[in-house]
Design a protein around this ligand. Structure first.
Ligand SMILES: [Fe+2]
Length: 330
């Protein structure tokens, strides 16, 4: 039996300060979310499912498009060596109970995190959760740069990553790297009991190569009920909006496109690192990426492109760092 879910603690940590972080820089970090009894329980249950062979290789999907019936489909997928996962929503309730994973089941069923996010950042208005557990066996296992989804593909609005790595040291790598364009990159260490929540549409991110014998992570995906094609325009970087001439950098679509140009080298390197020896697939992904980057560049005059590459990424500065700082529990 798992101890009861630490609702009071979660409620307190995912509060007003957290909402300010999520809305203004696009992500928020909480340390000490559940306490060590819970993180030990969750980690042991993930290891048990991995040892039972229930986890499958994680894949990245490319060339998303609508088919003739208007359904969203992908052209192809590529698996990542050493990264194994299991989507708990694919297992029937009865089977989940039989697996004897009380901590994972409680995390899936309890609504405290969801309700706290809605209270702290009401614009998201999330109503449903899916959980994926992940076991990264090291050897450089990592993820390429990506946005989790877009408004016309999925109702997913908030992504959470909960890390369960008490022995993490910098040499282990495996940091979550966020690209809060127009600001500079930021690496978030995958520390034990740390929850990072970010906007699924608008936060560009990746996972750096992991060299730990095992890296444990739980991904939380929060969805809304209704299709809402509009972007939430998060992050807002509210203090930047007053700066003349910079407004265009804050439009969600512009941010998406320009970040691909500005971080072009990061993008390519992340693809090369993520897919091991699958050379043909890597070349295909990079060829498509290059095509996209060239297309975006063609829309810009050389002067604007030059100006852009000179001014961004912006240094973090005080306003940014205050909001990106972890909120600490016990
Ligand atoms: Fe992601």
């Amino acid at each position: 039996m798992a101890q009861s879910f630490p609702k009071a603690r979660v409620n307190q940590l995912i509060g007003e300060d957290f909402g300010q972080s999520l809305e203004n820089v696009g992500f928020g970090i909480i340390d000490g979310l559940l306490g060590s009894d819970w993180t030990n329980g969750l980690r042991q249950e993930i290891k048990k499912l991995y040892d039972q062979g229930l986890l499958v290789p994680n894949k990245t999907y490319y060339e998303g498009r609508k088919d003739e019936n208007g359904r969203f489909v992908y052209g192809y997928s590529v698996s990542k060596p050493n990264v194994h996962e299991l989507d708990l929503s694919t297992i029937e309730l009865q089977k989940r109970k039989e697996l004897d994973i009380p901590h994972l089941n409680a995390l899936y069923e309890d609504e405290t995190i969801q309700k706290s996010i809605n209270r702290a950042a009401p614009d998201f208005n999330i109503t449903k959760l899916d959980i994926k557990i992940q076991y990264n066996a090291g050897e450089g296992g990592c993820f390429p740069m990506h946005f989790d989804t877009t408004t016309n593909v999925s109702k997913r609005r908030v992504t959470g990553t909960l890390y369960l790595n008490p022995d993490w040291i910098p040499e282990h790598g495996g940091q979550l790297r966020v690209y809060p364009f127009p600001y500079d990159i930021m690496d978030v260490d995958p520390l034990n009991d740390r929850l990072v929540l970010f906007s699924s549409h608008e936060t560009l991110h990746r996972v750096m190569p992991s060299h730990a014998p095992a890296r444990y992570c739980i991904t939380l995906w929060y969805y809304v009920d209704q299709d809402s094609p509009q972007s939430l325009q998060i992050p807002r970087f509210s203090w930047l909006r007053q700066v003349e001439g910079i407004g265009f950098l804050l439009n969600p679509n512009t941010r998406k496109l320009l970040s691909k140009i500005v971080y072009d080298n990061h993008w390519r390197e992340s693809v090369r690192q993520s897919f091991g020896e699958q050379k043909e697939e890597i070349e295909k992904i990079l060829a498509n990426h290059n095509k996209e980057v060239e297309h975006i560049k063609k829309q810009l005059s050389p002067e604007i492109l030059d100006f852009l590459l000179q001014c961004v990424p912006l240094a973090h500065g005080e306003d940014f760092l205050k909001l990106a700082r972890p909120i600490k529990g016990e």
